[in-house]
Write a protein that binds this ligand. Structure first.
Ligand code: ATP
Length: 352
């Protein structure tokens, strides 16, 4: 099984290296036979090939079984015509990765802002307000005059139905509870279509369903996070809500995610490239490591290989043990470990 590794920008190379150490350890322990391959993306490929998202990398992604992708500092990329394409939008479009799955859980012993929380946010990933991916040609954001900017938001029945299917399956595997989040009181047509489509899909499942407007949901997630389980929502609401959930559970460094479609899956931490702490060996690689675990779990389900799912479970269990000890944490969580030492410690425990 071929896994492509793309380091990304900012803290990407450090957290991806720690995650790679863990993936190699789990591959040895469970005889997974993972072959790790490498490619260039972001600022690295901009320098060597003049493009942040080279064709060669897209081809490698398509040819691999799974991808591990570090965060990208897209804010400083040049204009697309000068080689600065946003690879996040690009991959989601090129590989049709419609589901961004972002779990957040309060783990025993880890300092968090709330006592109890175990949620998974299923975020639609290919349309909504994201100007770089919601048009076949051109951008969904434009300026008719210097003083007027317009954004187009796209919601389709098909896009809403496929994220709904993914969320319903998740809810079925978990507690059977699904919360639909939208703003249908104001965005009556677009969010109305989203909510109606999700409800239609969910009617084929035996689930306990409720729905909230995004603003109320942000407050409720802080007030009674233990009340929620699987949350399904549109692109931008999901992006914002999942950062809130990650922070509530202990910090941005803890929020993993996968971007998945029918054929491809990419492990990508929910946080960004954190350029303020890059190159100092202080970034927390937990989110990146857990994202790799989610990728292995996805591959295990897709290829019906239980050992991949077992390996994913082992990563999650060991992270729980590691974070449960103050001496096992990185500095953002009050511990003594650097990024690399954290990865080494988790890898050692996995094989132990
Ligand atoms: P980008 O522009 O790539 O989104 P950003 O710095 O604006 O980057 P994030 O990287 O998501 O946004 O995070 C904001 C802050 O949270 C960072 O500046 C950093 O201090 C902290 N942070 C994010 N990820 C981590 C991590 N893995 N470990 C420790 N701190 C982190």
């Amino acid at each position: 099984m071929r896994i492509l590794i793309l380091k990304g920008d900012g803290i990407g190379p450090e957290i991806v290296a720690a995650a790679e150490t863990v993936v190699q350890s789990v591959s040895r322990r469970f005889n997974l036979g993972l072959e790790l391959e490498y490619g260039e993306i972001g600022l690295e490929s901009l320098e060597s090939q003049g493009h942040t998202f080279p064709e060669e990398t897209v081809a490698k992604m398509k040819a691999s079984d799974g991808v591990i992708l570090g965060p990208l500092h897209t804010a400083i990329y040049p204009a697309p015509e000068d080689g600065g394409v946003n690879p996040s939008g690009g991959t989601r479009k090129a590989l049709d990765l419609f589901a961004n799955i972002r779990p957040s859980r309060v783990r025993p012993g880890v300092p968090a802002h709330v006592k109890e929380m175990d949620v998974v946010i299923a975020r639609e990933n290919t349309e909504g307000f994201y100007a770089d991916r919601n048009m076949a040609v051109g951008s969904g954001e434009f300026m008719p005059t210097e003083d007027l900017a317009i954004s187009m938001r796209k919601i389709t029945r098909e896009g809403s139905a496929r994220i709904a299917e993914a969320a319903c399956k998740l809810a079925e595997q978990r507690s059977g509870k699904l919360t639909i989040v939208h703003k249908g009181n104001v965005m009556k047509l677009s969010d109305g279509l989203f909510a109606d489509t999700v409800k239609e899909v969910a009617s084929d499942y035996k689930l306990d369903i409720d729905e909230y407007f995004i603003d109320a949901m942000a407050a409720l997630l802080v007030r009674k996070p233990e009340f929620f389980d699987v949350i399904v929502t549109t692109n931008m609401y999901g992006d914002i809500l999942s950062d809130l959930a990650a922070e509530l559970s202990g910090g941005l460094g803890l929020g993993p995610s996968i971007n998945a479609g029918a054929e491809h899956c990419i492990a990508q931490a929910a946080h960004g490239s954190a350029p303020d702490i890059a190159g100092q060996n202080i970034a927390n690689p937990t989110a990146m490591i857990l994202s790799c675990g989610m990728l292995l779990d996805w591959l295990g389900t897709r290829h019906d290989r239980p050992e991949l799912r077992e390996a994913a479970k082992r990563i999650d269990d060991i992270i729980e043990t590691q974070l449960g000890e103050e001496s096992g944490r990185t500095t953002d969580l009050g511990g003594p470990l650097g990024t690399d030492a954290f990865g080494d410690a988790v890898a050692k425990r996995i094989e132990g």
